[in-house]
Design a protein around this ligand. Structure first.
Ligand SMILES: [Zn+2]
Length: 280
């Protein structure tokens, strides 16, 4: 109470000073309030795009191309339909030669797939083996559980070929076959010389995509393979490019999600492989 009495006496003695001071405090508090409101609106609330984790475009493409196998992307990993995850980018920096030897998923997008051959670029030949094993099977026995036999170009060729049903590769190859079969002029190029075979790429320890039953070789007598044409060359050497495969055949495969080995610097013109994630 004594202090309250002192205050009252002070107000009585200095009324103008007290009123001015109170006014200044009020204005000051008002300003403070305005400035806090401004902060809340413009600074404290983050833009919407910052609050949603961004999915790398190649991971998004994988989800779109393999919807029954790859269902999402979380914490730098792609998420499979069984709930398991695989790291997308392991952070290791690899040279162009090193990504042929083995790479993470992110490295598979290093080279864009187009129709021009660029030195030492093999778009699609850089495969994350763990991803393919996860999708199609860890062994020959596992891959074999998902094979379907289809009639390959029944009118022009009439062979049976085995291809995986995972990711509907069989359905897509069936469509390729039906379309090619309408073109008698393609006949010399269509004979199949191999789809499923668990094996390594010649001269390497890397599994061939044929191991996963997602690839087909055709027209071997009309084909060119970089190693046949450059027998002494290693992958690091400059080589001569040759191809006699028909562009129209390549286009039909492409339409249904298959890339062509003739688009690689280390060319393999008989080889077609289901890799829709690399196509536009
Ligand atoms: Zn092949």
């Amino acid at each position: 109470m004594p202090s309250l009495l002192k205050c009252s006496k002070y107000v009585m003695k200095h009324p103008f000073f007290v009123v001015s001071t109170l006014l200044m405090i009020t204005v000051s508090c008002g300003n403070s309030h305005v400035s806090e409101t401004t902060y809340d609106t413009n600074v404290d609330t983050p833009p919407i795009h910052d609050s949603v984790p961004e999915i790398p475009s190649f991971a998004q493409k994988l989800i779109e191309c393999y919807p029954e196998t790859i269902v999402g992307y979380e914490n730098d990993s792609i998420v499979f339909a069984d709930g398991s995850r695989m790291i997308f980018d392991d952070g290791i920096v690899r040279s162009d030669m090193q990504i042929l030897e083995g790479c993470d998923i992110e490295d598979m997008a290093r080279w864009s797939y187009n129709d021009s051959i660029r030195p030492f670029c093999d778009p699609g030949r850089n495969r994350c083996e763990a991803l393919f094993k996860k999708m199609y099977g860890q062994s020959a026995a596992e891959v074999s559980k998902h094979l379907r036999t289809i009639d390959w170009c029944p009118t022009l060729v009439g062979q049976k070929v085995q291809i995986t049903t995972i990711n509907h590769v069989d359905v897509q190859l069936q469509k390729v076959s039906e379309e090619l079969d309408k073109h008698p002029e393609f006949k010399p190029y269509l004979k199949n010389s191999g789809t499923f075979l668990w094996r390594v790429v010649a001269g390497t320890e890397r599994l061939s995509p044929h191991s996963f039953a997602i690839a087909i070789d055709i027209g071997v007598n009309k084909s060119n393979y970089w190693k046949w044409d450059n027998p002494k060359a290693s992958e690091a050497d400059t080589i001569i490019y040759r191809n006699t495969m028909l562009k129209e055949i390549v286009e039909i495969f492409r339409k249904y999600g298959f890339i062509w080995g003739g688009n690689w610097y280390h060319y393999d013109s008989m080889h077609f492989e289901y890799r829709p994630e690399l196509l536009d």
